[in-house]
Design a protein around this ligand. Structure first.
Ligand code: ADP
Ligand code: MG
Length: 163
């Protein structure tokens, strides 16, 4: 995919209430405006990369780009599971993401267990891949060095680190 790595940031919004958190894998959802700016060559599926909440530390993350049930699966949705334990929810806060690579396409599951196993595999794969030098260096990108305003509804999309 030509557009990877892909950098973006935006406020965390309420998701579909599918109870991801009850499965132990909460996903921070991004607003439509962020989703609409996705380059066309970024297909649906599971990705790995780095995420930073407001001006905090940079953590590994897995991200799902899928079809949005609210729009009869005609629009995309983007949600990120940050591989870190946070003390509190962070709705409304700014999440900055560097999407580094692709893991697999979207797929259906016949049971909840199967789904959870797949996500845990994705997380392990993301952890391993992100330790490669080419991905580790993304953590040092200027994108993560700029101070993020936590009060404004900042939405930025773009492929380059000049943001
Ligand atoms: P929703 O349907 O509103 O997205 P989820 O069950 O997916 O609800 O939970 C997502 C919320 O959980 C995020 O918006 C965030 O505030 C919180 N959260 C806590 N820890 C994490 C984490 N490690 N990764 C992503 N979101 C987290
Ligand atoms: Mg969610």
């Amino acid at each position: 995919m030509r557009s990877l790595p892909y950098f973006f940031r935006g406020p965390v919004v309420r998701g579909f209430g599918r109870g991801s958190k009850d499965l132990g894998i909460p996903t921070a959802n991004f607003p439509e405006s962020v989703v609409d700016s996705l380059p066309t060559d970024i297909s649906t599926g599971i990705y790995y990369g780095w995420a930073r909440l407001d001006n905090g530390d940079i953590h590994k993350m897995v991200m799902s780009i899928g079809w949005n049930p609210y729009y009869k699966n005609k629009k995309k949705s983007m949600e990120a599971h940050v591989i870190h334990t946070f003390k509190e929810d962070f709705y409304g806060h700014i999440l900055s993401v560097a999407m580094a690579g692709y893991i697999r396409p979207e797929r259906g599951f016949t049971s909840l267990d199967e789904l959870i196993t797949a996500i845990h595999n994705d997380i392990e794969e993301a952890k391993k891949k992100l330790d490669l030098p080419e991905h580790l260096k993304l953590k040092e990108d200027n994108f993560f060095k700029t101070s993020v305003s936590t009060t404004s509804n900042q939405i930025l999309n773009g492929q380059h680190s000049l943001l």
